[in-house]
Design a protein around this ligand. Structure first.
Ligand SMILES: Cc1ncc(COP(=O)(O)O)c(C=O)c1O
Length: 455
């Protein structure tokens, strides 16, 4: 995927209300840090634009040398309530002062408060419970395990298939990659087993057939009978697009799962906590998943994840047998509580929806200026993506995507490296606190970068 040149280049200085670039980039003084990491870390960790983060607040990221970027990454869709929020820092300081740095699964009050708060966000608080973990992948693994345990206990061992989608991303651990839909990422597994099956995702661009009939015929092709499916897992939107399910497809998927007592799992690790203009992405479709997997934006900061699910499924394991060392770790828990309060108090879900209308309309306008190279624009709320293609085709063009990404970086607009099946997708996901003026300024930077690279 993306490799960034570490040779410093002269860039025109930038000084606006929201951005500041005053050095060569990458900053020459930062190079020893990159060189040291090149020795001490695997190269897999070196795939992002060459900035050394020093401070991040609200929707801005700063380095130590006086440069400041508008952030279109939110880390990687983490900082929904904004980076470095004072309320979160204050709550963390209180826990530090006690001190209470860890508790395993002994009870602490924050855990009771947070599980209640998340339960209240579920489709039916009386019928859902919350299990706290640390990472998105860990929560995905847990959801797969719960779905298969439920199927095994209720229906016996033939009901074992986990159906997910091509191009899906659910994490990098073994179970999450078995459920993932990118062949190149799971070559290392060698023997995939036979109970994980992927079918085409109805994104409308990479796969133009968005009918639910394709789901059914794909299962037939895999010789999988509906009665033998334990769980269906989908991202609420696929990160590679972002690609959303057609509403009708999502509703038919839900009915299909109900009909065959299949556990319906929505991966909200990216989509949750206001990102798409609703608290959860699944709300866009009017469905009620049985298991909802959360991570990233749940705390806007420290590592925390959760599975929110129906009691009949969540209660399958007896006391002490479904836990993790850092389940409900006290610091991430208070960070999540404060983040949720901020999202609610500041109306960030509605703000994301409103800003999304501006963002998507503007990206579509920019796409119309470059119809040969910008193949597809998808977005909802404050997540959007522009897929860069070879002229007039649907063939991904990762090199051009990276050049646009770098041109933005040099003008004080920070995106993470392009994503997508081949690294062709410029993904836009600012913290939900970004004000309209800064959003418009950043869109103007993006447009100028497209003109600079595409002509
Ligand atoms: C949709 C989705 N699911 C799961 C994960 C895995 O989360 P983590 O990296 O916290 O393990 C990610 C991470 O990017 C994701 O985007």
């Amino acid at each position: 995927m993306a490799r960034y040149d570490l040779t410093p280049v002269e860039v025109p200085p930038v000084r606006t209300r929201y951005r500041r670039i005053r050095t060569r980039l990458p900053v020459p003084e930062s190079l020893p840090i990159f060189e040291s990491l090149r020795d001490s870390e695997p190269q897999s960790m070196m795939g992002q634009p060459p900035i050394v983060w020093d401070r991040a607040e609200g929707f801005q990221v700063r380095d130590r040398w006086g440069n400041c970027w508008i952030d279109w990454s939110s880390g990687v869709l983490i900082a929904n309530a904004g980076h470095g929020r004072r309320e979160i820092r204050r709550a963390l300081q209180e826990v530090l002062r006690k001190p209470l740095l860890t508790a395993y699964v002994f009870v602490h009050e924050g855990r009771a408060e947070l599980t209640r708060a998340l339960q209240a966000l579920s489709p039916d608080p009386k019928d859902y419970q919350v299990f706290l973990l640390s990472t998105g992948s860990e929560a995905i693994e847990n959801a797969i395990k719960l779905a298969r345990t439920y199927a095994l206990e209720r229906h016996g061992q033939n009901k074992k298939y986990l159906v997910s989608f091509h191009n899906a991303f659910h994490g990098r651990t073994m179970g999450s990659q078995l459920a993932g839909g990118m062949a190149a990422q799971k070559r290392w597994i060698l023997d995939e087993g036979k109970s994980f099956v992927q079918v085409p995702f109805p994104d409308g661009f990479k796969n133009e057939d968005t009918s639910f009939e394709l789901f059914l015929s794909s299962l037939k092709k895999h010789r999988v009978k509906p009665k033998d499916i334990a769980g269906v897992l989908t991202e609420s939107y696929q990160g590679v697009g972002p690609d959303f399910l057609p509403e009708d497809y999502a509703c038919r998927l839900e009915s299909f799962c109900r009909e065959h007592d299949i556990v319906l799992i929505f991966d909200e690790v990216q989509a949750g906590f206001g990102r798409t203009g609703t608290m959860f992405g699944y709300e866009q479709y009017g469905v009620s998943p049985d298991l909802i997997v959360c991570g990233k934006g749940i705390s806007s900061s420290l590592p925390l994840s959760a599975v929110i699910g129906r009691k009949a499924i969540m209660g399958l394991y007896p006391p002490g047998s479904m836990t993790s060392t850092h389940s409900a770790s006290p610091l991430p828990v208070v960070a999540a509580l404060e983040s949720l309060k901020i999202i609610r108090r500041e109306g960030l879900v509605a703000h994301a929806r409103l800003m999304g209308e501006i963002l998507v309309a503007e990206l579509q306008r920019i796409q119309r200026r470059h119809p040969q190279a910008l193949g597809c624009v998808h977005g909802r709320g404050l997540v959007a993506g522009v897929q860069v293609v070879r002229p007039g085709s649907k063939t991904p063009d990762p090199e051009t995507a990276q050049r646009i990404n770098e041109a933005c970086f040099r003008q004080g607009l920070l995106m993470f490296a392009p994503v997508g099946v081949a690294g062709e997708c410029l993904k836009i996901s600012p913290p939900l606190v970004i004000p309209e003026e800064a959003l418009r300024e950043s869109i103007a930077v993006f447009e100028a970068a497209c003109v600079q690279v595409l002509g």
